[in-house]
Write a protein that binds this ligand. Structure first.
Ligand SMILES: Cc1ncc(COP(=O)(O)O)c(C=O)c1O
Length: 404
């Protein structure tokens, strides 16, 4: 042991017991907040109007422009966006609605809350979402659906028109679950106006994060009007419109609506964050290229498919751990967690969820691809302020695992 005397302190150097370097934890997701956001929130707080008002109207206009759609209606979440969009189709109670089995429970609950019946569809192994073939198999098994919810899983563009055709549905009986699809393009067109309605999420981890919030985009005025009324109890006019100078306090209630409006506070965050989306998208693409390159040589680790046409928003980077890797997905996730790397799984197949066992048609034998893939897939961290060094550390940890 060496003792070094300095006038201001005594440093004791013990090279033989140097502590192991403490590695910073890599979170699975982080919410980027642009510098303009805090100021925008403060402005709304001091404006005297916090609930649905001018900021929501402005956010709707700018989001409609971003998605190149005619109407955008802001709501409290993607879950309420899906429920209201489905209800706007005015289908008979209990009507069957196709949906991927590999989706978020909120999306299935939206079908149930709309009084409809989910019919699950198996997935394609490459994209981890239904394709025309698995949709045709579901229709063959369960009969013609009344509607379909088409998910752009992880931000990969779904073949909306092919799926509608395979289901025997016109596009105005399709609702897109665009929770992952801010930035996704199907062909040349941004997700938004391809079907009856597209439903976006602004949850804290999403590509346009607000914390909570959702948006319905559509080119159909009837759908937009229905969602606008029903996001606030079914009332004909919201408070902002009733209290504008010269306006009447009167309103009528025309539908059984939800309390699912967006506040001006949320809209101010969305408005401040929206201009950042293109730069955040480019950063996601850079990170994906880095992951792809570093993981290319890892045996048994399957990287996410890239779309042949359109554009992936890279909300999630989902890999598969096949037997050739030499360790299970679960063990690899435990090992990464021990190394300070947080990962997640999107999603547990819905046909296996206990609350749905009473539904017809949840027999696991109908979902062979989802059953096999579920044991293999998991999502690595991906967000704009993830650093190149963090991606390298994650990939090095995965590569080291296969060698052990
Ligand atoms: C595929 C999918 N659909 C719907 C939702 C629901 O979004 P929200 O939390 O905005 O209701 C999510 C949320 O994670 C999701 O991943």
């Amino acid at each position: 042991m060496t003792i070094i005397e300095r006038p201001e302190m005594t440093i004791i150097e013990r090279p033989e017991v140097l502590p192991a370097p403490v590695l910073e934890r890599i979170a699975f997701a982080r919410t980027p907040i642009s510098p303009a956001t805090a100021a925008a929130v403060a402005e709304v707080l001091s404006s005297g109007w916090l609930t649905t008002g001018p900021k929501v109207a402005q956010f709707e206009r700018e989001f409609a422009e971003f998605t190149q759609t005619q109407h955008a209606v802001a709501v409290s979440s993607c879950t309420t966006a899906l429920e209201l969009s489905l209800r706007s189709l005015r289908l008979p109670a209990g009507a069957p609605v196709l949906t991927s089995t590999v989706t978020f429970c909120g999306a299935v609950n939206a079908i149930l809350h709309a009084g409809l019946r989910p019919v699950f569809v198996d997935i394609d192994l490459d994209t981890l979402m239904p394709d025309a073939e698995s949709v045709a198999a579901a229709v063959h098994r369960s009969g013609r659906p009344a509607a379909a919810v088409v998910l752009h899983f992880a931000g990969h563009p779904a073949p909306v028109a092919e799926i509608a055709a395979a289901a025997g549905l016109p596009l105005d009986r399709v609702i897109e679950d665009a929770a992952h699809a801010v930035g996704t393009r199907v062909g040349e067109r941004p997700v938004g106006g391809l079907s009856a309605a597209a439903c976006f999420s602004f949850y804290a981890t999403k590509n346009l994060p607000i914390g909570e919030g959702g948006m319905v985009t559509t080119d159909d005025l009837d759908v937009a009007d229905f969602v606008r009324r029903c996001r606030l109890h079914g009332m004909s006019r919201d408070a902002w419109k009733r209290y504008l100078p010269g306006n009447s306090w009167r309103y009528s209630v025309e539908e059984v609506g939800l309390k699912a409006n967006m506040t001006d506070l949320q809209a101010a965050i969305g408005l401040a964050q929206l201009p950042e989306v293109p730069a955040w998208q480019r950063r996601r693409e850079q990170l994906v290229a880095r992951y792809d390159e570093a993981l290319a040589g890892v045996p048994g680790l399957v990287r996410p498919a890239r779309p042949s046409v359109g554009r992936h928003s890279w909300h999630l980077y989902v890999v598969r751990v096949t037997p050739e890797f030499g360790m299970s997905r679960d063990d690899l996730m435990v090992r990464l967690a021990a190394a300070g790397i947080d990962c997640s799984v999107h999603f547990i197949p819905m046909h296996t969820q206990p609350y749905l066992v009473g539904l017809p048609d949840v027999d696991p034998r109908h979902f062979p691809v989802a059953e096999a893939a579920f044991a293999q897939y998991f999502s690595l961290p991906l967000y704009p302020d993830l650093t190149d060094g963090q991606v390298d550390r994650i990939c090095a940890e995965i590569a080291a695992t296969t060698i052990v």
